[in-house]
Write a protein that binds this ligand. Structure first.
Ligand code: ADP
Ligand code: MG
Length: 416
């Protein structure tokens, strides 16, 4: 029997919760059987940032990145290891290099999805660059902001083309608010987007490789209550559509760790935000769904490594556009055809077979860990690092309640 060792690199910012959980589960998992009787073992290391020679060979075979959105040095390192060394990255650093929403809006409109009408307006203030000031003075055409807003119709949203975490997002109901928000936008480049008003439900789906968890999101709640534990908040057809849209965005851009926000109004599904290269994986916000997220991350990384899945840098957009342009095909026909392409990209069938045959014991391992003292310690330390002292008891109790609810449900599922 041949033995293969794989080293996984974690490129991290400030997070401790999911990396600790990931390291712990990987350690408990032990060797995994691969095709042809091979035996695979896994190590995991946190990557340090240091000078690198462009011809150096990296030690990692797969990297989970949570940093490159903010820091250019690791971002450029990721591009180097993707192009030169075939390192497996969950998100393509080329299509996610700026994490801007703009390209994602364009792609999904091109594929015929119901993205609300969106206009990109020029900077309110030109960026601080001597030449740009000259260009702007000479070539920026004056435009009528009110007329654009009127055409889109109120209410609308003004939001940065490359936003995240609600930075710079405002809801606009009249010309006064429009001008105030635009004047305040300064050097941020802004989209105006028609609001999906009076929506019935906000679905946030987190995709990790071939798996997607659709969660009911409550944006008006404080962070720890935003994800509601609710297993049947969408009609089956809307549920399928939401999953397909998230997977479509990901397969199109070669993203495998991303969250997608859709608003469901009167049975129609409107995607509004689906370029989140560093999606929320926090224990304090995901709570009940946190063990699933860790499992899915472990499963997908191991699947990629053991089966020798190749990272794909080419987009082959024509295959998607051919579906979009099919004469006579309805929206439903197109979604079904996209779903086939996304299944092929994520190797869905092979993935699920692999999980069943080689990772069947992972569920018990994770349940055992979540029900034990190691997880509780992580929970307590996470709360202590996130909340002020006077709130510790409240949030520890809150998270213990939700994660033991998960452990109960999971226990019943495994026994049934
Ligand atoms: N077109 C829209 N219709 C309704 N609500 C919207 C729309 N665009 C944004 N929002 C609201 O604003 C929030 C933040 O906008 P979003 O595009 O998700 O940016 P961010 O990347 O900062 O999360 C959304 O979660 C939603 O509540
Ligand atoms: Mg968002």
């Amino acid at each position: 029997m041949t033995d293969t060792r794989h080293l996984i690199g974690l490129l991290l910012g400030t997070e401790q919760d999911w990396p600790r959980a990931f390291e712990e589960i990987l350690g408990r998992l032990g060797p995994v059987a691969g095709p042809g009787g091979t035996r695979h073992t896994f190590d995991c290391e946190r990557i340090t940032i240091e000078p690198f020679d462009l011809r150096d060979r990296p030690r990692y075979e797969l990297v989970i990145d949570r940093l490159a959105y903010w820091y250019y040095h690791p971002r450029e390192w990721l591009k180097k290891v993707a192009l030169m060394d075939g390192v497996y990255l969950l998100n393509s650093p080329f299509t996610f290099q700026s994490m801007e929403k703009h390209a994602a809006y364009c792609a999904m409109m091109r594929l015929g999805l119901k993205v609300p009408d969106t206009v990109l307006v020029p900077y309110k203030n030109p960026v601080d660059n001597a030449r740009y000031a000259y260009t702007a003075a000479r070539y920026n055409k004056s435009f009528d902001l009110d007329a654009i807003a009127e055409r889109i119709g109120y209410p609308l949203f003004m939001k940065p083309y490359d936003g995240g975490a609600w930075r710079g997002v405002s809801r606009i109901s009249n010309p006064g608010e429009l001008h105030a928000a635009y004047n305040a936008s300064g050097e941020m480049l802004m989209h105006l987007q028609k609001a999906v008003d009076h929506y019935d439900v906000f679905a946030r789906s987190l995709s990790i490789g071939a798996e997607t968890m659709v969660m009911r999101f409550q944006p008006d709640q404080p962070m720890h209550q935003r994800y509601a534990v609710d297993h049947s908040f969408l009609a089956p057809s809307a549920g399928t559509e939401v999953v397909t849209i998230g997977r479509l965005v990901n397969a199109f851009f070669r993203w495998e760790l991303n969250s997608c926000e859709t608003l469901v109004a009167g049975g129609e599904v409107y995607p509004i935000d689906y370029a989140n290269a560093c999606p929320d994986l926090a224990l304090t916000s995901l709570h009940y769904y946190f063990p699933w997220a860790i499992k899915a991350l472990v499963r997908w990384c191991i699947f990629a490594l053991v089966t020798g899945r190749r990272p794909r840098l080419d987009l082959e957009t024509d295959r998607f556009f051919a579906i979009a342009d099919q004469p006579g095909a309805s929206y439903g026909d197109k979604l079904a055809a996209y779903a086939e392409l996304t299944d092929a990209y994520f190797e869905s069938e092979r993935y699920h077979d692999f999980c069943a045959s080689s990772l069947g014991h992972l569920d018990e391992i994770v349940l055992d860990w979540v029900a034990g003292p190691g997880f509780d310690q992580l929970l307590v330390e996470t709360v202590q690092s996130v909340y002020p002292a006077h709130e510790h008891d409240q949030f520890i109790a809150h998270l213990r309640g939700l994660t033991s609810l998960w452990a109960g449900d999971e226990g019943s599922r495994l026994r049934s």
